[in-house]
Ligand binder design. Sequence first.
Ligand SMILES: Nc1ncnc2c1ncn2[C@@H]1O[C@H](COP(=O)(O)OP(=O)(O)OP(=O)(O)O)[C@@H](O)[C@H]1O
Ligand SMILES: [Mg+2]
Length: 313
Amino acid sequence: MPASRSPAQPPTPSPAPPPAAAPREPGAVPVADYADSSPRPVPAPSVTVSTPAKPSAEPTDAPRLSVERLNAYFGASCAVHNVSVLLPDRFVTAIIGPSGCGKSTLLRCLNRMHETLPLARVEGQVLLDGQDIYGRAVNVTAVRQHVGMVFQRPTPFPTMSIRDNVAAALLTAGDRPSRARTDEIVERALRRTALWEEVKDRLRDSAVGLSGGQQQRLCIARALAVEPEVLLLDEPTASLDPISTQKVEELVYELRRDMTVVIVTHNMQQAARVSDRTAFMLAGELVEVAPTTTLFTTPRDSRTEAYITGRFG
Ligand SMILES: Nc1ncnc2c1ncn2[C@@H]1O[C@H](COP(=O)(O)OP(=O)(O)OP(=O)(O)O)[C@@H](O)[C@H]1O
Ligand SMILES: [Mg+2]
């Protein structure tokens, strides 16, 4: 990890000058796309941004996930309205916005978890590598294997050991590796979440004996064991202490080397620390998505500006 952008350190005071305005074609697609429009300086940003995570926060490859005109309902109530957004591979995209604006609902639509809730319904498309995950012949279990999810509260299986919690994902995925191979996968997943050294001597102990922060990293390890292409994190540090939060943030930083990460957070400093791109939602709509530095310094929408400067939300 480059020393210049360690999540362990507080963000440095806004070092980046406003980027040059990206030209927008007349009649450009009405999606929150990769391009920025003319930046306006924000009077008094309440969030300072770390140095950019990548040489360019503008992705060049095809997006890993492409959300197109997505609506998500609970009965007649529309929780996510007409959202279109591209989620590039090997980027961390943060989703911010006030409580109830639809962040978790949008996240759940990305791996078909939304439809597991009562009266829930989805319209629109979510393309994973170009394939609509809501297509007729799609195997929902396979979708959730490719697009893993971790929730706000740690959800270890309480009757299982630490080892079996991680290995459980392999069974759900229909994979039945040998015991030795399973042990290898478990160790690798626990090492990736920096939990191995803490639990290697108690793998057979119950997972509920772990601290909250350890349980959350165990749940991330469980999601990683099946090698997903995308990891969805819904306020993963909301119930954690600062040290555990730092470990999870460092993990997120590492994960984007080889996967797509989408993280919902109420903590704008966290979004600034860990994400390459940030999306702002309000009342079910995606207001804008931009490189994180841009969104926190020169948002193009006055509602984003009001939110990041603390004038509402
Ligand atoms: N299971 C449910 N049944 C009915 N309505 C729901 C359900 N879950 C969420 N909603 C509603 O959908 C809207 C979006 O909720 P959602 O949980 O996605 O918001 P959020 O942005 O994640 O909020 P928070 O920051 O508080 O977690 C809200 O109006 C909420 O009341
Ligand atoms: Mg939520």
